[in-house]
Design a binder for this molecule. Structure first.
Ligand code: CTP
Length: 410
């Protein structure tokens, strides 16, 4: 199905040999019914003409910030506000660097500073440039801000090298864009549409010194599955993730916030708390942290070393006790007596639901692809889920939350 029809897309074209592919991209997106506003950099114009892209998009092409043609508008702000999606294809190492640092010295980079719509980039560059640590760091920075990468496939590059660096083909980029809008259209009708959901994930890291820390076995898989499931049901999702073993969801619509310690996680969650409708605490938050985190590496001395640990702030406990409209779900990963401990945590932390799992069971708990959980409310057992994928467990948890939140709102 065509989900591109009627959407407004800013297509940023930067200066690489793959700029010629922007013509096919503009044409395909326009044919599917999108309004495509092309912004070219000066070097892109060395590879492809403004007139080509203007003729294909049937829209005026922008390139110079200072060439305001209509006195009633400020192009880069109006353009940025109008977009459902910004796509930069091809994206050179230069535009990635400018975006990562926040430089606005031409129409495209300035517009990128004003954009609030989701951003996708299709990099294209020489294989060695693509692997350069500076480029990798910039890409990681952008990815952590929610920029979605349409990664180049391996193939023969214009410079003669074979490897990653080629821009993805226009057909594939159009398919990715269509899939993105399909997800968004579906989400707009989902049971959590309009709700703000916050999910904590991963294991916190409590520093002993710059090279040593206390953490736990949490992989982040359950929290990531919850964030994806909440998004698929239409929620606006903020994912607060500590140390994780797996890649976070590549969804530009999920706001990913990286944290390290329990204190960082508490700060990130509590600053967003008043806007939140549903909080799910899937993170394994350290209960204790070293009282002193040494600024330099601790040197070996006596036969024993005593670490003094102090309690961290319990995020769910603190917020559960002051909650108003918020629906709060906790997790209880136990190694025995799961039901007893879970019910105790539910009451103690004033939670609406608690998801209990016995991490000692095969197929349950940290690192696995599956989980076996029992969900309790203050009335008792609500749902017993046999061995299921973490995605399925996440879907069932969110379904329950959506039903209960809708019931409470009536
Ligand atoms: N949790 C939290 N902040 C903490 C510790 C835990 O928000 N500092 C949350 C977890 O994300 C989880 C729930 O509380 O959703 C239960 O975590 P758990 O460590 O099992 O609970 P504790 O109250 O710390 O109990 P225990 O004595 O078993 O460690």
């Amino acid at each position: 199905m065509n989900h591109i029809y009627g959407k407004t897309i800013i297509l940023g074209v930067t200066g690489g040999i793959a700029a010629y592919k922007a013509a096919a991209l503009t044409s395909k997106l326009t044919q599917k019914g999108a309004k495509v506003h092309v912004i070219m950099t000066a070097s892109a114009k060395e590879f492809i003409t403004e007139l080509t892209l203007q003729s294909l998009s049937k829209q005026r092409v922008y390139s110079d910030t200072f060439q305001e043609r209509d006195p009633a508008e400020i192009s880069h702000i109006d353009l940025a506000d109008s977009a459902d999606l910004v796509l930069i294809a091809p994206a050179t190492a230069n535009i990635l660097a400018k975006m990562a640092v926040g430089i606005g010295d031409d129409m495209l980079s300035t517009t990128m500073l004003a954009v609030t719509a989701p951003v996708m980039v299709a990099p294209a560059m020489n294989v060695h440039m693509y692997q350069h640590p500076a480029v990798r760091t910039n890409m990681q920075t952008l990815a952590s801000r929610g920029v979605h990468f349409i990664e180049p496939g391996e193939g023969l590059l214009a410079c003669g090298y074979v490897g990653k660096g080629r821009m993805e083909e226009p057909e594939t980029i159009v398919a990715v864009v269509n899939e993105f809008f399909a997800g968004r259209d579906m989400a707009a009708q989902g049971p959590l549409a309009g709700k703000r959901v916050m999910v904590t994930a991963g294991g916190t890291v409590e520093r002993i010194d710059p090279v040593r820390y206390i953490s736990n076995d949490s992989s982040g898989k359950m929290g990531f599955a919850l964030a994806r499931a909440a998004r698929a049901m239409g929620a606006e999702v903020t994912l607060i993730a500590a140390r994780t073993d797996v890649a976070p969801p590549q969804d530009p619509q999920i706001d990913l916030v990286r944290v390290e310690s329990a204190a960082d996680m508490y700060a990130a969650v509590s600053s967003r708390w008043s806007d939140c409708d549903l909080l799910i605490g899937a993170a394994a938050v350290a209960d204790y942290r070293p009282r002193i985190s040494a600024e330099t590496k601790i040197k070996k001395s006596g036969d024993t070393l005593t670490l003094e640990l102090v309690k961290t702030t319990d995020i769910l406990d603190t917020l559960g006790k002051i909650k108003e409209k918020q629906f709060v779900i906790g997790f209880a990963a136990e190694t025995g007596n799961a039901e007893l401990y879970a019910k105790d945590k539910l009451v103690r932390k004033n939670l609406d639901l608690i998801v209990a799992n016995d991490v000692g069971q095969e197929g349950a708990g940290f690192g696995t692809e599956t989980n076996i959980v029992s969900i309790y409310s203050s009335e008792g057992l609500v749902l017993d889920l046999p061995l299921s994928s973490k995605d399925e467990v996440a879907r069932r948890i969110l379904q329950l939350a959506a039903e209960r939140m809708a019931g409470a709102a009536v």
